[in-house]
Ligand binder design. Structure first.
Ligand code: ADP
Ligand code: ZN
Ligand code: ZN
Length: 732
């Protein structure tokens, strides 16, 4: 008798282990590691995944129930993916079933547009004889398929898989023996429109060549140390990626390119497509299940070689993956919002080490984590300091908004910005106006002197709550809000409010005749709203593009010669220790949009805080100075990357129970000498849909200590059956 260790498809701490079932003889050929099967569990029929096979029963064999059946329209996982799921569970905290689902973005086969048939290649007599042989060897599935084909020498593939309950591997083994063949008349949904491709042959400049050749040499020497390419915006990182991809493809290996979803534009994809043709595919969150399924299947069958996409593209089932590129590696979107909160960067490095591949990280503004590791030698660091081609970096003005208020200017445009907008409208050049919405909610600032009210303990901004209370969402500190500025006594203090629609209205009033496009969550509904607006702008159908974060990521418009950042500081005051880093990134990216073509560009950054070193360094595109200052601050306060941090978010419908549970969890987890524990405190958004949230933060220089604390908490919750609370771990 054979037995299978099965993970049941119910996410619950108590069920977070394998359960053993026996494999009935008639299913023996179909049940493999990774199969999705039906089982009886507490007298209910549910599904689960086979993660191990064994000849030994763990308990009295008569007490082990049999597997009921194999789910035929499911996607099988390979053992590498299962190993990866366990790694993710261990490092980020979640149930194993959730980790399995994470590494399997497409869980079920989706009805295809295609028609596939199976044809018998041998005579019916031969087939019948072989079927008899199969019977003797208990290969019942093979026998069943052969007998079906005796009756219908050409049979629909979907029928075989569905009604006859025969697995793909059974079909494959008969195909390999030369008894049958599979024919397809498929219409693949890999629908990149190759219509308007423009092939641009660039010759790498010396910086690009040096980086490319050095990394190729590392690959040739089987040196799998991750590489970080720090290249200013427009320095030609993408060209370097494509050279590396060529090299890896030539060795018969495959490539995954991660790009933040928001930057995954038609333009970017077309660059890859025009160079590599139809072995390139993309996945994104807007694809249908069927489209995703087809693309993953084509990857598994070796018909695709390059998969471009956001985070989940990491789990493309390639057979011989050789390279993972993570562009804009600093992007927050590379970390999953839901459990398990895996980070694409670390996960990519784990995948690469499993398959002997290389990871390349690229950014103009690397995450502090990556730069820190690169400086310590954990990653190899390469630089591209010059803009490629003839483009030069733009001129940047920093405008003090307090002066504008003093001058009586109450519009969102400073005089300097208005002047430059008029100039560009006259020259028929394009303008991007960027409204930084990050952290726009909540923080209190003084429009006269620029003061922002911060927590005296944590250096993050306080948030306004009802009853004039100001609260720190990090440590729970509370104070009352007097409605006047504590520094200058001005009454112009409060929560900052401005939206893209307001900016659009003012733009139309001040610059009548200018053609304006607006891009934000509201204006981009519909499948391709986002792309359509960008394409209009690229085609010169508008003079001014107004937008949020969405417009600053990776778009390359050669006629844009002015970028206005309407209010730089919002993100600087979010309730997060990474506020400066986020602001620096956004400003550098925004500034990087100007002057990407032959014409030089201008950038205007409007702020209440012109002395902020973060804003000054961004204006100078001076990452290293920013890094050196910021890393000292992290060092001082023990924030990542200098120390590791784990945050624990506890959710509960009952406020009192939440408070007591959070206190208990803190008590049982605060047991390590070299670890600092902060909280519990209310989460930034304390209540959502009548569920309350509290946070506990753990800081330690050793990540494995934090992982063990996570294990301790998970175990405690399971053993004490704390089923009214839900926890979410986050590692940094
Ligand atoms: P990044 O990814 O670093 O922002 P890109 O690879 O998008 O930079 O390059 C910016 C622009 O410069 C693109 O239009 C690209 O075609 C062009 N470019 C890149 N490398 C070269 C080169 N060696 N010679 C001429 N143009 C180049
Ligand atoms: Zn003030
Ligand atoms: Zn605080």
């Amino acid at each position: 008798m054979k037995y299978a260790g099965i993970i049941v498809d119910i996410s619950h701490e108590k069920l977070d282990r394998t359960f053993q079932y026996s494999i009935p003889a008639e299913l023996e050929e179909q049940v493999e590691i990774g199969s999705k099967v039906e089982i009886l569990f507490n007298r209910r029929k549910i599904t689960g995944y086979v993660v191990e096979l064994s000849d030994d029963a763990l308990i009295e064999p008569t007490k082990i129930k049999p597997i009921e059946g194999v789910v035929s329209d499911s996607v099988r996982m390979d053992s590498g993916m299962i190993k990866l799921a366990y790694w993710i569970k261990h490092n980020y905290g979640s149930t194993i079933i959730n980790a399995l689902k994470t590494v399997m973005p497409v869980k079920d086969k989706v009805k295809q547009d295609s028609r596939r048939t199976i044809s018998l290649l041998i005579s019916e007599k031969e087939a019948a004889d072989i079927a008899m042989e199969c019977d003797k060897k208990h290969k019942t599935a093979q026998a069943r398929l052969l007998r079906t084909l005796c009756e219908n020498p050409v049979t629909e593939y979907s029928l075989v898989m569905g009604k006859l309950n025969i697995s793909a591997s059974t079909v494959k083994s008969l195909e390999e023996k030369g008894y049958i063949e599979i024919n397809s008349y498929e219409v693949f949904r890999n629908s990149i429109n190759a219509g308007r491709m423009e092939k641009k042959n660039v010759e790498l400049n010396s910086e690009q060549r040096f980086v490319t050749e050095s990394i190729i040499e590392e690959i040739e020497n089987n040196d799998n140390t991750p590489c970080l390419i720090k290249g200013v915006t427009g320095s030609g990182k993408t060209e370097v990626y494509m050279e590396l991809i060529s090299h890896v493809l030539a060795k018969g290996r495959e490539v995954i390119v991660l790009i933040p979803e928001i930057a995954l534009t038609y333009q970017t994809v077309m660059r890859f497509y025009s160079r590599f043709g139809d072995v390139v595919s993309i996945i994104n969150s807007r694809l249908s299940k069927g489209e995703k399924y087809d693309r993953f299947r084509m990857a598994a069958e070796g018909r695709l070689k390059i998969m471009i996409g956001p985070r989940s593209a990491l789990f493309t089932p390639f057979n011989n993956l050789g390279l993972i590129i993570i562009d804009e590696e600093h992007e927050g979107a590379y970390q999953s919002e839901n459990a398990p909160r895996y980070h694409a960067r670390e996960t990519a490095i784990e995948i690469a080490s499993m398959c002997g591949g290389k990871v390349i990280l690229g950014s103009a503004t690397p995450s502090l984590e990556s730069y820190y590791r690169a400086k310590k030698g954990e990653y190899h660091l390469y630089r591209l300091n010059e803009r490629a081609g003839n483009a030069s970096l733009p001129d940047v003005d920093i405008v003090d908004l307090r002066d504008e208020l003093r001058k009586g200017n109450r519009t969102v445009f400073s005089d300097r910005l208005s002047e430059l907008i008029r100039d560009r409208l006259e020259k028929k050049e394009q303008i991007m106006l960027f409204l930084n919405r990050r952290g726009l909610k909540g923080f209190i600032n003084c429009r006269s002197c620029g003061t922002v009210i911060k927590c005296p303990h944590c250096d993050v901004s306080l948030t306004e709550h009802s009853n004039n209370r100001l609260i720190c969402h990090y440590c729970g500190y509370e104070t009352s809000f007097g409605r006047v500025c504590p520094e200058c006594g001005s009454k112009h203090i409060g929560t900052f409010k401005a939206g893209t629609q307001e900016v659009e209205k003012q733009t139309e009033q001040l610059f009548p005749g200018a053609r304006v496009l607006r891009m934000d969550r509201d204006s981009t509904s519909g499948k391709d709203g986002h792309a359509a607006i960008l394409e209009k702008f690229a085609n010169g159908e508008a003079d001014i593009l107004i937008g949020t974060q969405m417009i600053v990521k990776g778009h390359d418009f050669s006629n844009v010669t002015l970028v206005g950042v309407l209010l730089a500081d919002t993100s600087l005051h979010s309730q997060d220790y990474r506020a400066s880093e986020v602001t620096f990134d956004i400003l550098t990216q925004a500034a990087g949009r100007a002057g990407r073509g032959e014409k030089s560009g201008n950038v205007v950054i409007q702020t209440y805080d012109p002395e902020s070193s973060c804003i000054r360094h961004a204006a100078n595109q001076d990452f290293d100075s920013f890094y050196n200052e910021e890393i000292q601050y992290r060092q001082l306060l023990g924030y990542p990357p200098v120390k590791h941090m784990m945050s624990l978010r506890i959710a509960c419908e009952d406020e009192a129970l939440l408070t007591s549970s959070a206190n208990i969890l803190k008590e049982i987890s605060d047991v390590e000498d070299n670890m600092q524990v902060i909280g519990p405190a209310n989460a930034t958004i304390y209540r959502i849909n009548d569920i309350y949230y509290r946070m506990i933060y753990y800081k330690c220089s050793d990540n494995s200590v934090l992982v063990s604390v996570k294990d301790r908490i998970e175990k405690y919750i399971q053993e004490n059956n704390m089923k009214n609370i839900k926890v979410l771990f986050d590692f940094r």
